[in-house]
Ligand binder design. Structure first.
Ligand SMILES: NC(=O)C1=CN([C@@H]2O[C@H](COP(=O)(O)OP(=O)(O)OC[C@H]3O[C@@H](n4cnc5c(N)ncnc54)[C@H](OP(=O)(O)O)[C@@H]3O)[C@@H](O)[C@H]2O)C=CC1
Ligand SMILES: O=C(O)[C@@H]1CCC=N1
Length: 277
């Protein structure tokens, strides 16, 4: 194990918390005994324990007490409530707290946890299979050691970058919501294949592999997407005919505005957390 002797608490082991747990276990960074996770409901706790063999409880204070570092993975509206549970603030003093809650700013987190180093992170569900995209921002009390720990966790389950907190709503939209936007595109392209007679499983597999192949071309060649597109578009061929149809549908502005709108909504998600104690 790369992180020998460390224990990580995941407070709120739902969709995203579980993706992180599964990704870390899959990569072998932590053993199941080095993760203690919490849920609100006992039956949810039992299901996570059965799937991953990690230690699990519905008692956040107990989990935090056993951990060196804590990932906060409850819904944004619940963050403040959890941090104000009796004893939790004191138990977190000096411990690295990594919040993945969308829209909850470092200023909010730091005001609730004045004596903890806080890192804000925005991962995405592909962390589950080691293909995540996570972006971090460091709080005022987080030093290089705390950021390095967070980076190690998220590097293990995909790519990890650091930005300033003011960019976190943009990264929430592009990076964390992004997979959902891509799933819609994969489904729509597969629908087109089905419309033209392909069996659904063939169309879906092809659409997903085309996205993966194209994405890897961008990442591994370093070429601009426009240059890669030009390689595919034979003069008077079928590809340019398809591209003009996309442009007629204003696909570029629709996709760019999608990111803009999701970022706007992300910026509002932390407000309830301030109100709810
Ligand atoms: N889903 C995604 O793709 C991404 C989500 N995020 C962020 O991750 C966070 C979690 O989202 P997501 O995983 O989708 O949400 P889920 O609803 O799937 O998970 C929330 C988890 O929190 C648990 N929970 C609720 N209240 C408490 C509590 N008081 N103490 C301990 N655990 C509690 C729930 O338990 P129970 O089931 O028992 O109620 C559940 O396990 C959010 O802040 C979101 O913004 C960030 C990036 C991507
Ligand atoms: O949709 C949401 O609010 C969460 C945060 C980013 C991805 N899912």
């Amino acid at each position: 194990m790369l992180l020998a002797g460390r224990t990580l608490a995941i407070i709120g082991c739902g969709t995203m918390g579980e993706a992180i747990v599964a990704g870390l276990l899959r990569a072998g960074l932590l053993a199941p005994t080095q993760i203690v996770a919490t849920t609100r409901r006992q039956e949810a706790a039992e299901a996570v324990r059965q799937r991953h063999g990690v230690r699990i409880t519905t008692d956040n204070l107990q989990a935090i007490g056993e951990a060196d570092a804590v990932v906060l993975a409850v819904k944004p509206q619940r963050v403040s409530k959890v941090l104000h549970e009796e004893g939790v603030g004191a138990a977190l003093v000096g411990k690295t707290v990594i919040s993945i809650a969308a829209g909850v700013t470092l200023a909010q987190l730091q005001s609730w946890l004045p004596e903890s180093p806080v890192v804000r992170a925005m991962p995405n569900t592909p962390c589950l299979i080691g293909q995540g995209m996570t972006v971090l921002a460091r709080g005022s009390r987080a030093g290089d050691a705390e950021v390095a720990l967070a980076k190690k966790l998220f590097d293990t389950v995909g790519l990890c970058l650091e930005v300033e907190d003011k960019l976190m709503d943009a990264v929430t939209s592009l990076g964390a919501s992004g997979p959902a936007f891509v799933y819609v595109m994969i489904e729509a392209m597969a629908d087109g294949g089905v419309m033209m007679g392909l069996p659904r499983p063939v169309a879906l597999q092809m659409a997903a592999q085309v996205f993966q192949g194209a994405a890897r071309m961008v990442l591994s060649t370093g070429f601009h997407p426009a240059a890669l597109k030009d390689q595919v578009t034979t003069p008077a061929g079928c590809t340019i005919a398809g591209i003009l149809t996309m442009e007629d549908g204003r696909i570029r502005s629709v996709l760019a505005r999608t990111i803009q709108e999701a970022a706007r909504v992300a910026s509002e998600l932390g407000r309830d957390s301030s109100a709810e104690k």
